[in-house]
Write a protein that binds this ligand. Structure first.
Ligand code: TYD
Length: 218
C-alpha cells in the first residue's frame, strides 16, 4: 500500500498506561497489512534521550525548566533524524510519546502548558491522530517504583495524578481518549480500526484538504 503523504499517529498516557505495548501492536498490524510503517519513541535512544533516562534515575535532579529544555532537544533530534525523513518517504509513523507528554508532565511541574505547546509547535510536525490511554496513577506504579526507588511513592502518585488530569484536558479532532484498563486485545483492535479508518478516509477525501493519502497507482 503506497500513501500520497506520511501519517503521524501518537500514543500517549501516564507511566504504566500500556501505550508502549499498544504502539508495538499497532505498528505490527500496520506492517502485516502492507502499510509502510516506522515505530519511534520519546525519549529517544539518541544522546539526549539517553541523558534523560540516566537523569530520571535520580528524580528531581533537574528543575522543571532544565527538564523541559532536555525534552525539547531530544524532540528536535527526533524530528530531524526520524520523523521528517519518514514523512518524506510517505511512511505511517507510530510514535510512543510526543509533545503532549511534555505539556502534561512538565506542565504538571508548573510550566505554562500554552508556552510548552507553542515551543513545540514551532518545529514539531502536527500529528494526524493522538490516542490518550487513561489509567489511574496506581496502575503500574509497582513496576515504576522498581526503577525510581528514591522517589517516595506518594509524591510520584500525586504528580501522576496531575499529569493524568493534563492528559484528560486535551480536546480536538485529533484526540481519542481510551480507557487503558480494558482488555489489551480489545484496545488494540479499537486503535487499529481507527487508524485504518483514517487511512481510508484520507484516501477518498484527502486529509486536511491535502492530497489523497493512498496512491492507487501502485
Ligand atoms: P518512557 O520511556 O515513555 O517511560 P515508560 O515507557 O516507562 O512510560 O518515558 C520516560 C519518562 O519521561 C516518563 O515518566 C514520562 C517522561 N516524559 C516527560 O516528562 N516529558 C516528555 O516530554 C516525555 C517525552 C517523557
Amino acid at each position: 500500500m503506497k500513501l500520497k503523504r506520511g501519517l503521524l499517529v501518537v500514543l500517549e498516557g501516564i507511566d504504566g498506561s500500556g501505550k508502549t505495548t499498544q504502539a508495538r501492536r499497532l505498528a505490527g498490524a500496520l506492517r502485516r497489512a502492507g502499510v509502510d510503517t516506522a515505530l519511534f519513541r520519546e525519549p529517544t535512544r539518541g544522546p539526549w534521550g539517553r541523558m534523560i533516562r540516566r537523569l530520571a534515575r535520580r528524580p528531581r535532579s533537574l528543575n522543571a525548566e532544565e527538564e523541559l529544555f532536555l525534552f525539547l532537544l531530544d524532540r528536535r533530534d527526533n524530528v530531524e533524524r526520524n520523523l521528517k525523513p519518514a514523512l518524506r518517504r510517505k511512511k505511517t509513523i507510530v510514535l510512543d510519546r510526543y509533545y503532549f507528554s511534555t505539556i502534561a508532565y512538565q506542565g504538571a511541574r508548573g510550566i505554562s502548558r500554552d508556552r510548552i505547546r507553542r515551543l513545540n509547535e514551532r518545529f514539531a510536525p502536527p500529528p494526524d491522530l493522538v490516542f490518550i490511554l487513561d489509567v489511574p496513577p496506581g496502575r503500574g506504579l509497582g513496576r515504576i517504583t522498581g526503577r525510581r526507588k528514591r522517589e517516595p511513592l506518594f509524591e510520584r502518585k500525586s504528580y501522576l495524578r496531575r499529569v493524568r488530569r493534563n492528559f484528560l484536558d486535551f480536546r480536538g479532532p485529533a484526540f481519542v481518549h481510551l480507557d487503558g484498563r480494558g482488555d489489551p486485545g480489545v484496545l488494540a483492535r479499537d486503535i487499529r480500526g481507527r487508524v485504518f479508518r483514517l487511512l481510508h478516509k484520507a484516501a477518498s477525501s484527502g486529509s486536511r484538504g491535502g492530497p489523497a493519502v493512498l496512491d492507487r497507482s501502485s
